[in-house]
Design a protein around this ligand. Structure first.
Ligand code: ADP
Ligand code: MG
Length: 238
């Protein structure tokens, strides 16, 4: 089954076209990484998939449903941001519960999902703390937990590790890979970091100036880049 299908997606801000004819099918359970230099349109593409921005043209399908005009909360996605985007006045439990409450989930279901996510992310001892009382790594785990509890069809990550120091970045990367295995969920992950792309991806999508430059497994792109840009970006010899 196709988890996500993008057909002829373009996005313009005023006269400036930042996404140009994006076509991509993501298979269920696949870990897809979008890489490309700053400003190439990675965040915009993720926001278009999430429904936080409307596509200017094109069709978006999630799990076979046309969601092109569906509001974000009904797309079956959960997004994790670089900046965590936690509510400062709510504790960890409250942050994880909020989306579920808004979706009208019953209290016991909410409690059970939070327990599961807290266990997966080793946050059991932090449920009553507010974001200000947590380290950067813990905050990002809460943001990931908030996505997990919603049981989305599709996870979207926008550079989730870039505010963490090197050691924590590696630990959290390993944790995201483990979550992908355990949940078997489809994930679309944006980064400008080659190591993250090479180690996490089933397939890498290289973006350049709003277009897809090449799609392939890490080894395909490394061993057989279509051009100098892809080779340079993935650190392959050319
Ligand atoms: P990336 O995430 O790859 O760094 P972005 O998707 O954030 O790139 O941005 C792609 C381009 O779109 C940039 O030139 C940026 O300035 C422009 N852009 C992004 N969001 C907006 C917006 N809301 N209004 C106008 N231009 C935007
Ligand atoms: Mg970005």
């Amino acid at each position: 089954m196709t988890a996500l299908s993008l057909e002829n997606i373009t996005k313009s801000f005023g006269p400036v076209r930042v996404l140009k004819d994006i076509n991509l099918d993501v298979t269920e359970g696949e870990f897809i990484v979008f890489v490309g230099p700053s400003g190439c349109g990675k965040s915009t593409l993720l926001r278009v998939i999430a429904g936080l921005e409307d596509a200017t043209t094109g069709t978006i399908r999630i799990g076979g449903r046309d969601v092109t005009t569906t509001p974000p909360a009904k797309r079956g996605i959960a997004m994790v941001f670089q900046s965590y985007a936690l509510y400062p006045h709510l504790d960890v439990q409250g942050n994880m519960a909020l989306g579920l409450r808004q979706a009208g989930e019953a209290k016991p279901v909410i409690a059970e999902r939070i327990e599961m996510a807290a266990k997966m992310l080793s946050l059991e001892d932090y449920l009553k703390r507010r974001p200000a009382e947590l380290s950067g790594g813990q905050r990002q785990r809460v943001a990931i937990g908030r996505a997990i509890v919603r049981k989305p069809e599709l996870f979207l990550f926008d550079e989730p590790l870039s505010n963490l120091d090197a050691a924590l970045r590696m630990a959290t990367r390993v944790e995201i890979a483990r979550l992908h295995r355990e949940l078997g969920a489809s994930m679309v992950y944006v980064t400008h970091d080659q190591t993250e792309a090479m180690t996490l991806a089933d397939r890498i999508v290289v973006l350049r100036d709003g277009r897809i430059e090449q799609v392939g497994t890490p080894m395909e792109l490394y061993n057989d880049p279509d051009n100098q840009f892809v080779a340079g970006f993935l650190g392959a010899p050319s």
